[in-house]
Design a protein around this ligand. Sequence first.
Ligand code: UDX
Length: 448
Amino acid sequence: MRVVLVPFPLQGHITPMLQLGSMLHSKGFSITIAHTDHNPPNPSNHPNFTFVNLPDQLGRGADIYFQNPLSVIFGINSNCGEPLRNVLSEMIENQERDGILACVIYDPLVYFVDSVVKELQIPSLILRITGSVYLKALRVNIQLHEENPYVIPESMLLEKVSNLEPLRFKDLPSPLHVKVPEVVIQLQRNLIDKGSSLGFVWNSVDDIEGSILSELKQQYNVPFFSIGPFHKLVPPSLSTSLMEEDKSCIEWLDKQSPKSVLYVSFGSLATLESRDLVEVSRGLAQSEQHFLWVIRPGLIKGSKWIEDLPEGFIEEIGQKGLIVKWVPQREVLSHFAIGAFLSQCGWNSVMESLGEGLPMICKPCHADQKVIARYLTHVWKIGILLDDPLDRESIEKSIRKVMIDEEGKDMRENAMNLKQKIDASVNEGGSSYKSLNDLADSLRQMEM
Ligand code: UDX
């Protein structure tokens, strides 16, 4: 039986989709990845999958998303329906030769898939690449915008949102102090819609997000399969990176003491101001802790790479720090030398970090990240939030707290406790392990 996966073409969305493909392949399914021209995955890393191209008519250039994210999202959703319909129709015609088409699993950002599968009467599931905490917040956020389409005073931003505690208005995906364009609200409605899908697949763990998952399951009234963290259920060698990984950092980490290095990364999409770069660099130096820092080209607005670092910074830190463009992050986070993670709090990074029992310093940037950061700091209690604007003193203090200070001991312990829950969930008999089997069983019954 064949499963067709349709990811949205960004790193944080492609990775979990490819990982899901790997898990389902290990359960005996043939996997087809239907991808756009923009940011295609590398087929040579996945010799067992079939790849089909959906022409998106967006033009070339990896940075088109950064120039205008909405036009990429809307462009893909307007232009890729017809190509997907052709691909799926051909599969249906050739089922005897190529295997039965069991299901299409897609990312909610490629919501065009719903009308195609409905028309062709193909069963579908939605892969939720981020936490249920975000879906819950987004649903309430949309409702608030609909009930009260005008702005709230800025003074209310620190107040808690009822039904969403501990979230404050400022943690919402789109806080209500500025008017949000109707096209954005409509996009958000598409993201929360279940369409004709028969269920949701989650890169999450029942033992961590169980109560919210149950609440949402009742509201959506479809089966949920929480089979996270995905990276723990696929071979560690599975490469899903869209950028070249600098593996030299592993040799550098090998020379460090256990739990002595802070890992710093802002993921694949966030951008920072030049002044933030300076504050982070000063905070790192002042903390006197060792660090591995990913500065992705394009991370700093208006700069190619690290030109805006304070003069003499590289010489000043010497062997204490290493700055690189992109790393094999899962390998880095599981390295014995890593003691904590300063992150933008994208969901993949968070799951990868929780899976290693690391405390976190949270510098959320956009979308789901503020919601996730609030849960890390106030519910799971394994993180410290860096407020805007960034300043070197609080960065220094936070680093010392998560890495070495007595004050951070509880956070370090809480993080290890979560890791144990996660390990139990992916081991034989654990909740994620069982959910993956349930998902495979459900797919086997999903013939058209
Ligand atoms: C996007 C959204 O913005 C985010 O909020 C959502 O939750 C996921 O997708 P992104 O920055 O891609 O954000 O987030 P993240 O979830 O952190 O994913 C980044 C991925 O890149 C991770 O799987 C991480 O392992 C990988 N990575 C990061 C590397 O492989 N190397 C690096 O150097 C840095």
